[in-house]
Write a protein of this length. Sequence first.
Length: 302
Amino acid sequence: MQMSVIIFLLFRLKLKQRYALNNEHYTALKIRGHKHLCKDCGSIFVDRFNTLDLCSKMTNRLRCKIQQLSLTKPFKHIVREYKLSVTTIEKIALAYIREKDSQHIMYSPEVLGIDEAHLKGSIRCVLTDINEHLLFEMLPKRDKQTVINYLDSLPDSNNIKIVTMDMYRPYREAVYECLPAVAIVIDRFHVVKLINDVLSDYRKTLCKQLSAAEKKEINSVQKVLNANRKDLTANQNKKLGYIYSKYPELKMAYDLKEEFREIYECTNRRAAVLKYTKWSRKVKQNVPAKQPTTLPNEHQID
């Protein structure tokens, strides 16, 4: 089609376009365009606007804005802000997700993290690249077979050297089956949480032997006992000092918790193992036999 043979019809095409300005206020643009008639074939067409999405009557800039917001905000919030229908927001978001999903590249990170997230009443397995601090996959479930199917689908899985996880057995069994050569490390957060839980149980056991007033006194420092020693304020240290003077066994339990946490401050494995061995020996000497004296075998300190 030659531009020289195009004649202009005396027709103004009026389009109201929504546009996202820098201040993000809702506004509308009225754009005047032309219809054109090809003198040779008789086809009629209209002006093209590269910055506009004529199908949804909005600018491409606003569409991109909604795409980004749909990943971080509920749809109803976007509806209120930009005066669009929920259906429009859903269509834009789903199209954007499909586009991004088609660009997804599977790979095997050197350090693979396996955890879970609670979404809409279900628990889903989450996989992360620990070295890059990147979440790169979320599975529909977290059962052993789902994890196995995903690990088997990873390309170049021999690149994986370490897998970090919590104490959930299906994760460990799936890794043993699919990646038998990798090292499994229980991540620090879950191990320290387990130690804090033991301290909390010890505090509750102690309270059962005390009067109501004494129970209230010990429970008043519950959050302080879970805190790291280096993070305590002067007033908190003073309050704990008073509690420890009355209940020295609680101080012993807190010190063991802190000494275990300090293992993670070691700069090399040898120092960590030595510190753990010393800590384990101290636990056996001070904790009654009815109390757990060691961590489960699957816990690894690295």
